[in-house]
Design a protein around this ligand. Sequence first.
Ligand code: HEM
Length: 467
Amino acid sequence: MSRPVPGPPPSRWTGRRGNAHAYAADPVAYTARLHHEFGPVSGLVHGDRRQVFAFGAEHNRTVLTGGDVFHTVLEYAIPARIRQARRGIGLLNMNGPDHRAARHTVTPSFRPQAMGRHAAVIARLAAEEVDSWVPGRAFDLTASMRRLTLRIACQCFFGVDIARDADSIGALVQQMLALRYFATPIRYFPFDLPGTPYRRLLTVIRRLDDALASIVDARRSAGEQPDLLQSLLADRDEQGRGLSDDQLVGQLTTLLVAGHETSSSTLSWALILLSQHRPDLDEVLDAAAGRTPEEHAGSTVLDRILKETLRLLPPGPNTARITVAPTMLGEHEIPAWCQVVTSKYVTHRDPARFPEPLRFQPERWETASPTRYEYLPYGAGPHVCIGAAFADLEMKIVLGAILSRHVLVPVPGNPVSREVGLLMSPKGPVPVVAHPVSAVPSRVDRVEGDLNEMVDLYGDERWRLGW
Ligand code: HEM
C-alpha cells in the first residue's frame, strides 16, 4: 500500500511553478529544507509525484545504480531545439547500451595506470599559474583556479595548450553553466528571439561547440599523441566506422565541463576552508614543503583535506534521474517520468556517519570508512565519475604546488557564498592575497557570506539549513 508523498504546499500565488522556481533559485537550501521538514522522501509539492526527493544511502543506491529504471535527466530535459542546435551529446546525456559503448571508449584514458604521465604537465601548469601571482596583491581565486584547471584539462585530454584562449573558452563554459538548460525562462520561453536567455544559451553552445571543433580539426591533421582525444579519434564500431566530428565534440564538451569546473571549485573551497582553520593549514604547510609532485600526489594530509572539502561542499550537490517505468522508493509508489533527486549535500551531513557533520575536520578521515552510498562526491552506479582518479591526482598536485609556496588569505569584506547551477561553486569573484609561506599572517579575518550556512567555520550556534 503506497503512502502519499509528503512535501510543502504549492506556492500561494504561483502554485507548483512557484515551488519549482524556489528550487531552481537555490537547490541546496530548498533540498535541505525538504529533508529537514519531511524526512527521507519528499515531493516538490505535497502529494505530487512528478518530482520527488529521496535522501540517504539506501535511496542513493536504489536510484543511482538502477540504470534500467532511473535514467539521466539530461537525455530528456534538454529542450528539443537546443538538442538540435548542439553538435553532439556526451556521456551524461546517454543511457543504456549507447552509454555503455561510449564509456567503454573513454575509460582506458582514465585508468589509474594512465594517470602517471599527467603529473609533470599538471605540476608545470600549476607552477606557471602560481608564478603569475604577485605576493601581497589581490587576485580572484575562482578565476585563477578555473583558468588553471581548464588549461590542465585541455593539455592532458586534448593535447593542446590553450594558454591564450583559456579565459575565452572558460567564459563560454561559465556562461553555459549560468544559463542552465532548466532555468525557468529557458524552459517556459524557448523562443529564439533577440535578447532572450534562450537565444543567449544557443549562442554560447554554438561558440563552445565551434571552439572544440577547431581543436578536433587541428588534431585530426596533427600526428598521434597518447591522450584521450586520440583514443576517441581512433575508436571504431563493428562496421569500422569512427566517431563523427559532431559526436566527438559532444563527448569533449561534457568532458571539459565535467572535468574542470568540478576540480576548480573544490580547489577554491579547499583553499578558503584552510585559510579559516589554522591548525589544519599548518599541518598541510609542513606536509607540502619541499616535496615533489609525485610526493604531493601520495600525501595522506592533502588526501584528507580534499575528502573533507568534497564531503562538505561537493561540486554536484544534487543528482537527478528520471524514471522510465513505475517503481518503488521505500513505501512510495513512483510513476514513470518522475524526476527523482538524490542529494550528496544531505547524505554527507548524516551525523550518524559523520559526527559534528558541519565542522571541517580533515582528521576524521583517519578512521572514517563510509560506504560508497554514504560518501559519494564522485557519484555511484553506471555514471560514476570517470575522471575521479585524474581529479584526485590533479587536485593534490595543484594544492601541493600552491601550499609549498603560498598561503591564500581572503580579502576582508568580500562575502564567500555559493553559486548553484548545474554545479555548486564559490560565487565569484573571491579576492585573495598570496602570502609567502615564510610570512603567513598570524591573524586572518573571518569570512562572511553563506559559506557559514553550509559549514560551521567557527563553532558558533546558528541555523544552518536544517542542521
Ligand atoms: C572534484 C572533481 C570531480 C567531481 C567531484 C566529479 C563528480 C562527478 C559526479 C558526481 C558524476 C556523476 C554525475 C551523475 O551521476 O549524474 C560525474 C560524472 C562524470 N565526470 Fe566527474 N567529477 C570530478 C572531476 C572530473 C574530471 C577531472 C573529469 C575528467 C574528464 C570528469 C568527467 C566526468 C564525466 C565524463 C562524467 C560522466 C560519466 C558518465 O556519465 O558515464 N569529472 N563526476
